[in-house]
Ligand binder design. Sequence first.
Ligand SMILES: [Zn+2]
Length: 280
Amino acid sequence: MQLTEKIHLLKLDFEITLSPEKKLQRFVNSIIIFGKKIMLIDTGAKTSAEEIIGYINSNGRDIRELDTIILSHSHPDHIGSAAKLKKLTGCKVLAHVAEKEWIENIQVQNAERPVPGFFNLVDTSVQVDSFLEHNQILKAEDNITLKIYHSPGHSNGSINIKFEEDGILFTADSIPLKNDIPNYDNYKDLLKSLELIRSQSGYNMMLTSWTPPLTEKQETDRILEEGEMYLKTVDQAVRTNYAGNESTALEFCRKTIVQLGLPPFLAVPVVDKAFRSHLK
Ligand SMILES: [Zn+2]
């Protein structure tokens, strides 16, 4: 989907394998900037590379023009195709330093954050070439300036990106969607990051990893408010259920999932980890 003359949004479908019978259909957005060179923000899952290359071709360009990949964070559905694309093109990979280890060593990421079907989403680590910092300015093109915002919570080194001239704010996975999988590393940081996003001005389009472009202020206000309310509902449920001794693994997680009215198959370690971050 073309958003401006040079900025495109690409919706990449992928599948999370919960068990051999149970697969979850998801999608993630990536952003392509067709400048003198090509810049890519997030790379989808490992199955997304062909689609990205095809999209670039369908716009009369060539994947070898890819110069830079920015990773909003290290999760498998964002870094999945990065290694393959870097190998094909020799492009640079940029991310926040707090994501370095999980991008460069996916075995460590899987051990510390075991997303179901992890290796179906990403199978190769990739080296980060340079690190992005809060308030850093990056020139993607003469008239496309990117400003980086550190937005921890969903993960420690998550970033948001503002396209200054075009008035676009990309928040990646920073805004939790109501009744979606609770999957974040730090509840308190996430609340602070939502506050930071709320305080942003100078944009008229919000892009997230999980929604179509949002162009009405009413919509962006609503999604921010719902995200925050959802987190606070989760907080109460966690505080009720994570008490005393757990007799079986994931018992508290299961109870909390039930109380929140979420599907029982979401009682998995990665959700338990998000819940436990409320107690820190
Ligand atoms: Zn994520």
